[in-house]
Design a protein around this ligand. Sequence first.
Ligand SMILES: [Ca+2]
Length: 480
Amino acid sequence: MHKLKVIITSVFTLSILLCLGGCKGIEKTKPNIVFIFIDDMGWTDLGYMGSEYYETPAIDHLAGKGMVFTNAYSNAANCAPTRASLLTGQYSPRHGVYTVGVSTRGKSEYRRIIPTENSKEISFDKITIAESLKKAGYVSAAIGKWNVGNKPEEHGFDYAIDRGELGIMGHFGRNGEYLTDIFTDKAISFINENNPKTTGKPFFVYLAHHAVHTPIQAKEDYVEEFESKIPSGCHNNPTYAAMIRSIDESVNRINKTLDEMELSENTILIFFSDNGGHGTYTCQKPLRGGKGMFYEGGIRVPMFVYWPGRVKPGENCNEAVIGTDFYPTFLELAGLAEPENYILDGQSVVPMIQGKKFDEREPLFWHFPSYLQSYEGLRDESRDSIFRTRPVSVIRKGEWKLLMFHEEWSLDGGIDKVNSNNSIELYNLKDDIGEQNNLAEINPEKRDELLEELLQWQKDISAPVPTEPNPEYQDTEKSK
Ligand SMILES: [Ca+2]
């Protein structure tokens, strides 16, 4: 008995000694990282975010025991650029992936300016987060939607599987199997086969579901169940609700796996969406707009971090964070320095996870020199009824947000005519989260302060602001 006590005391003393160097904050043990990435999930599309129709009991439970980020942003309002920024850790002007497909979406006769050409892939000179984590011994998997050219294995992932390899086009396989379930199975298999207790290597799972992106398809029995429930406002599509239920099951199954393998305490689980919800099927009120727009509904997304014993349960973090913050966050968790000669645009959110704040939060920026045509459901919330967005740059600093529209800026006199050319919108998100009151005229001091920072950022990062008029543009009432 006495001997045992001595051993226990020694182990305890030893751990204290070992702790002197590293136990403050994040330990030296490299945590596993599970990043669950939802496609097109809107800010209020979850129970814990206020939906009274969609049901997400498992997610609500984990979010309640984790940390909810209320001011989390995607780097763009649509899929590819958000993913490129997240994987490279860089804002879009550095990688050139501004949009999905071409920049010229929507009829040419309505476009005033020639938009910037878009890149459809991450170039090989980029150091992806998977490549960086590999240096710290991580084994990594990209499961699901990729969307940024080449293959995940060519960008540092050890294992990858996508919908195409499964021979699936929409959300169902030939035998009726559901894509969200298949990807969840693949993630669970990967975790099983790469148990750090056996391999000695931490894992990074990038689970990028295609749900809840169109086509809106879900399991029939779930759809029927939601058909019998009472819709709530603009959350009223039973098939969309059923898709969300399958996402909830996915998160639950992943968490259960980690729990059963006793990995939860050394695994950080992050839930995030790549842009706002699709205006035809859902809405994110009180936010304005949805997917494809640079109003809050298009870029503010649901996010929580679950890490039992490490993240203080039940906390909300109201600091503004953005997709490019994950790269430096993962580096810090893995104990890695930033890659040499490689610029990272984000800031680690590890202090927030520890219940602190950023020493100083840099302003957040977006740059979208492209057009996105509109569709039913969003026309009332866009700036105009033809496009969800026209070329635009955005800065968010503190509670203020400024949007600079390139057509008016470049063709109607820029800074010299800023008081009258309608190129700028300014909102105070604290008072006006719905972006209803443009304060650009009322508060020119704040407008100029943010504008100056935005212009400086554009210059520093060589952001292309389109300037050339489109010869096919027809100046009719409808095109405005
Ligand atoms: Ca998306």
